[in-house]
Design a protein around this ligand. Structure first.
Ligand SMILES: C[S@@+](CC[C@H](N)C(=O)[O-])C[C@H]1O[C@@H](n2cnc3c(N)ncnc32)[C@H](O)[C@@H]1O
Length: 501
């Protein structure tokens, strides 16, 4: 919220002048706005004499004024008149953040102090910014700011806001905004630039002196652009294997409570799952089929590698899990490169399926490699399950193989450490599909993870005590891909890369 409003006051003054100077003409009558049916419930006792000790009445609910507008008004007052730091206004415990509406009530409703013409200017600035910079529907903006001025100040203030903003709307529609011209002596030019780029005149003059006008303008444009932020993480270690993952030992709860997961800035994912994606090796422009995709950990990580070009087709039989994938894709801003397909892979591949160079089958499995994470799983599995799962894995492998273009790859992964779900399934597959062969994964993952037959296998038991990877089991990981992904503990993944000739 550091950039609250970019328009500066001289611009408003010009408008004010044009409005007031023409106020004697009939054209400047209070704006007749398209009228909405509503009930005004404001019950502030109003005073026009500037007296500081007004009667204080609680506000009733006011449906005329959008919360964001009321909040903006109060924030501007706090920043400009109360010396509040704009970037702290969202912090909890500073009397703001969650309590923002409380502030609005106290300031606009209970009137902790007399609102005056300075406040009127702030309300105008909100309106000007919304009309000129945000291109919001002008009449709604005028209407609501008029209501805000009436409620927060006095009924007459509404007329003034109405006149000025209305004039602004007309000028904008005619592309005749009274923008100052950069001409005349140094001081006039600085004043014009200060207005155009919303910086104080003294700063413009100072920078012009040291940097020249061109650089000063660039700097002001930069100052007004959306900033990017860096995060200084809590104590963490960089992943040894993935550039966009970091591990944290503490702070996960904070991240969760801060809402970063919900906002799509973070997601929890195992580093070992990330390495499966490294083997698929998604590149911009790729078309990838993720055969058993939900809830989407790998789909979304692959999608984040596409830089907006290409497509990941995310197939899954479970519509609920697929819905989660779809929503998360939006949150992660990769929904443009993710297409969900609700289907049984075995049926989908009947007929003329979509073919791709990169197909991932992250198969349903016993989960015997992730028992440390799923305490109940060991009690919910029995030997009979293994037989069923093996059959399903064979059927899914057969189905997935029909999606692979000649020369493409089929990546098979599970989170089981059981050879029958891994090596044996691959061996059986190769017997049924002699046109496929094993393509070793050593160019995609560190050597520690490559088995003698070229498979990827992440097995914490095999890692020496002093190796950082041992900590995978108990640590938490964070990646910075499109935001942050958070990873909890490790899984063991057997990975086989097959390629069709
Ligand atoms: C191990 S999970 C996939 C995890 C996912 N790849 C990820 O990284 O988040 C296996 C998925 O296979 C799906 N599945 C099971 N049988 C299927 C079938 N016949 N066709 C398509 N999907 C199936 C399940 O619904 C489940 O979501």
């Amino acid at each position: 919220m550091a950039k609250v409003v970019y328009m500066s006051l001289p611009f408003l003054s010009e408008l004010h002048k044009t409005t007031t100077s023409s106020s004697s003409s009939s054209s400047s009558k209070p704006l007749k706005l398209p009228h909405r049916t509503r009930t005004t419930n404001i019950s502030i006792s109003s005073s026009t004499n500037g007296s500081a000790n007004r009667s204080v009445k609680p506000q009733k609910f006011n449906s005329d004024i959008s919360p964001h507008r009321a909040v903006s008004a109060v924030r501007l007052m706090r920043i400009e008149l109360g010396g509040a730091f704009a970037d702290l206004l969202n912090e909890k415990g500073k009397g703001s953040g969650e309590n923002e509406m409380g502030y609005v009530q106290r300031t606009l409703g209970f009137r902790t102090r007399e609102l005056n013409n300075q406040d009127l200017r702030l309300i105008l600035r909100i309106g000007v910014f919304e009309i000129v910079k945000l291109d919001m529907p002008p009449y709604a903006v005028v209407d609501e700011n008029v209501q805000l001025a009436k409620a927060a100040l006095r009924p007459g203030a509404g007329n003034m806001v109405n006149g000025i903003l209305r004039k602004l709307v007309v000028l904008k529609e005619k592309e005749m905004l009274p923008l100052p011209k950069v001409e005349g002596n140094d001081r006039s030019q600085a004043r014009a630039l200060a207005t155009l780029y919303s910086h104080p005149v003294w700063i413009v003059r100072r920078w012009t002196k040291y940097l020249g006008q061109e650089e000063t303008i660039k700097l002001m444009i930069w100052n007004n652009s959306e900033p990017s932020f860096s995060l200084r993480l809590v104590p963490h270690k960089l992943s040894l294997h993935l550039d966009d993952f970091v591990r944290i030992k503490t702070g996960l709860q904070t991240i969760i409570h801060a809402g970063l997961l919900k906002k799509g800035l973070c997601s929890v994912q195992d580093e070992s799952a990330g390495l499966v994606v490294s083997i698929v090796d998604p590149q911009p422009g790729d078309t990838i089929v993720d055969c058993c995709a939900a809830p989407g950990g790998k789909t979304l990580y692959m999608a984040s590698h596409l830089s907006g070009q290409g497509m990941v087709y995310a197939v899954d039989i479970n519509s609920g899990r697929l819905r989660i994938l779809k929503e998360t894709a939006k949150l992660h801003q990769v929904d443009g490169v993710v297409t969900t397909v609700h289907a049984d892979l075995r049926i989908l591949t009947d007929g003329e399926p979509l073919k791709s160079n990169k197909v991932l089958l992250d198969a349903p499995c016993s989960g015997l490699g992730v028992l440390s994470k799923r305490a109940d799983l060991r009690w919910n599995r029995d030997l009979a399950d293994m037989e069923q799962l093996k059959n399903l894995q064979d059927e899914l492998l057969d189905a997935a193989s029909t999606l692979v273009k000649p020369g493409g790859v089929l990546v098979y992964s599970t989170c089981s450490i059981d050879p029958e779900e891994n090596d044996e399934r691959v061996a059986a597959f190769l017997v049924r599909h002699p046109d496929f062969h094993i393509d070793p994964v050593d160019r995609y993952v560190p050597p520690d993870f490559v088995t003698p037959n070229g498979f990827y296998f992440s097995n914490p038991q095999a890692i020496p005590e002093d190796d950082e990877l041992m900590k995978l089991k108990t640590s938490t990981y964070v990646t910075l891909a499109f935001g942050i992904k958070v990873f909890c503990s490790s899984i063991e993944v057997l990975e086989v890369l097959c390629s069709a000739d």
